[in-house]
Design a protein around this ligand. Sequence first.
Ligand code: FE
Ligand code: CA
Length: 508
Amino acid sequence: MALACTLPRWAWAALQSAAADDPFALGVASGDPAPDGMVLWTRLLLPAAAAAATVQWEIAHDAAFRRIAQRGQAVADAALAHSVHVEAAGLEPDRWYFYRFMHGGAVSAVGRTRTAPAPGALPARLRLAYASCQRWEHGYYAAWRHLVDDAPDLVAFLGDYIYGYAAPPQPGGLPRTHPLRHARTLADYRDRYALHKSDPDLQAAHRACPWIVTWDDHEVENDYAGGTGRQGATDAFVRQRTAAWQAFYERMPLRASTLARGLGGLGAAGGVQLYRSIGWGRLAQVHLLDDRQFRAVQACREPGASTAAAVQPGACAALADPARSLLGAAQEAWLDAALARDAAGDGPHWSVIAQQTLFSPRRYPSGVVSTDNWDGYPAARERLLQSLQHHRPRNTVLLGGDIHQNYVCRVHAAPADPASPVVASEFCGTSITSHSGTTQQKVDAVARHNPHVLLADCDHRGYGLCDVTPSRWTTALRVVDDAARPDASIATLARFVVEDGRPGPQAA
Ligand code: FE
Ligand code: CA
């Protein structure tokens, strides 16, 4: 197996002994719930050279699988690392189910999943968790264990499922380490996912409910933009990106239509179809965005610069160039049309824009702005704000990640004018483990400088938990006391509500 070359000896030994009698040692997952079905995922741990294999699957009403709702078989394609993506259909809306896979004499762990409510129904509640950024060596996944206890209906994962960095040269002080090299090839990325998916807490979170996943930069490489990587727009980067995208698809509960256009790559058209909407009856419509694949290169990024730097707006004319987009023209038009649909008479109570990074402005006291988030694409942000004001969906909530800090913001019609009307609410989440790289003192100074920021906290790792009802949205910022400890406890750092028809979070 390719896995054998680079996985840490301990992890490999554990996986191999598990795989000897459990080809399902990397777990199961489900995703993208629809009113009549969802995606069921697993990956068979077989030698990379092994031919395609057949897997049986079952969906039941009960955990003992006495009342089978559906069963079938699927192919674990060798070209896709023996991954399995079953698209179940014909199930009943708004119901929990149990699922499992069989191969030879082996039976997988049992996962719990559910369908979405019927399109016209108005369910009383949706419990939606959002999370991002789980750098392996920065901590343990206690947050995922607590998320299972919080029993969400749906998890939105907003990017940085893996980080492709090489093993830290001096792991001293880090809670855990790995010996993997800087990821470049398909084998590298597959090993990296195997490392993450060997974690029991992460596996349990996937078994708990369906996930809706998107990616950010680290699924490929820090700060990449479209076809531009750390050494510029090179053929080598496009090959690396294609490998990374394939490994992502192989490991995520995504529909086959994600790859309908082909992976693309050097000399080949195509690309991964990741932006999409998930409906929850008339309660919520979640628009998941892809802010990496189609973005313009970060403003004033030097050719060949390995990261996107912060800039002084006055010294970077490209920043204001209206032609620059974070989502690309096609995705911008798709989102505009989706928001127009939401605003129609029978549209959802809550339009959720689940994307990768901080949407609201974050002006530093020094005057610089980041170029890798929406601050780096102000004209694109302006267009989305205009779209919201033009169509006026009933309530809009933005969810984000990437910054490894909790930010709660009022989203104003004019980002630079705190006296302009509030048009939406933003909850940008902290990381599961990844370090923030800043101090609370600095973050406090930023918050003082940005009056639309209601809470900014860099000291805590965790996830957000949203209880959504027709009349009220409540977000609890769930934080672990120490991500360096596998037995970390959980607490609520703060709670905010958004009332129906009244944009802007209020401290609860
Ligand atoms: Fe991150
Ligand atoms: Ca990121």
